[in-house]
Ligand binder design. Sequence first.
Ligand code: T4K
Length: 374
Amino acid sequence: MLEDSDKAMHVGQLNFPSWDAFQSAFSDIFDRGFYSNHGPLTAELDRALAAYLNVKHAICVTNGTIALMLVLRSLDLKGNVITPSFTFPATVQSIVWAGLTPVFCDVDPETHVLDARRVEPLVTDSTAAILGVHLWGRPCDPHGLTDLAQRRGLKLVFDAAHATGCRFKGVPIGGLGHAEIFSFHATKILNAAEGGCITTNDDLLAAKLRAARSFHDMGFVTSGLLRMNAKMSEAQAAMALIGLRNIDALIVDNRERYLHYRRLLADVPGLRVIDYGDDGQSNYQYVVAQIDESVFGTSRDRLMNELWNRNIYVRRYFWPATHLCPPFDDTPWSLPVTEQLCETLIQFPSGQGITESDIDKVCRMVRDIRERAI
Ligand code: T4K
């Protein structure tokens, strides 16, 4: 008999800052009467993130999408940008917003990210940049893509929206390529309600980005640089600063949740929780499994619908594939791995609001649904 769950469980169960810390930060903002336009908390967050991410410059902005648009625009690119279709649509849409053309590259079936071997055959005279995505926080072939970008004279940017707190060979993600971008959306490990940042070790690019994110920084004002209002507010910065103080503890808790899912689902035929290794390099914010319908006994979509009926709001990230949606679907892209992943992956609820007994319940339901289906 299937059990009902009365607690709605979402994939991005929010990481909350402590209410007391939040109140006190807000009370300080009210006392200062300074809410925006690069207040002290935004400046402090820029410095704190640069230190945490081990990079020279962190430039906080309104959200991750704006961070992508700004960095692509500020690199003065023309032509094509090689990028995955298997990502949140913001990655690709930002390329178009920056006046560039996306060229889709398929991803590795195990890691779900781009690698130099797949990207290199797509490089042409029109290629300006590679925009890799550290999907699920997995480093996107940093050595291979850096080498390729250097050899072919391309800019290399990483979308690290999922990767705050993740590491590559022990070093925090943040200083790779020409620039990386992060998202502090409510569902991310570092929750600023909305928010994002660009990180770079390039002083000139950082100066341009600081000028481009607002109409208040007078640097580059005469250079014709295109600018916008992409400022982070003091309220967002306050929330991010509190989250940043606790992020390492959140990663430890996330890892426990991830390992608990893995233990409970290890022997379910046809369901494989994707592996981040046990080396502590991931932020474990995403618990993603692949369903092999022929072994599992029912399809990923059927499993998703059955779980939704029980208040478990798993997601089929990412569906539909970006290259199959307008305005990108008028080209016959050949992306077999991406299309297979879009049809077989399921993301389970995770994050601070999910307890061990919630995970027990989700996994019990997955087993029950499978047993009823076979
Ligand atoms: N690059 C990549 C690789 C990204 O994944 C993203 C964003 C970006 C760039 C762009 O960064 P931002 O511009 O967003 O900063 C969610 C997020 O909205 C999106 O930020 C994120 N990626 C993406 C992976 O997930 P949706 O539309 O699939 O889910 P959403 O926002 O409805 O939230 C998921 C679940 O979380 C909901 O079912 C309910 C729950 N939830 C959500 C919110 C906002 C809550 O319980 N409370 C909340 O306040 O995009």
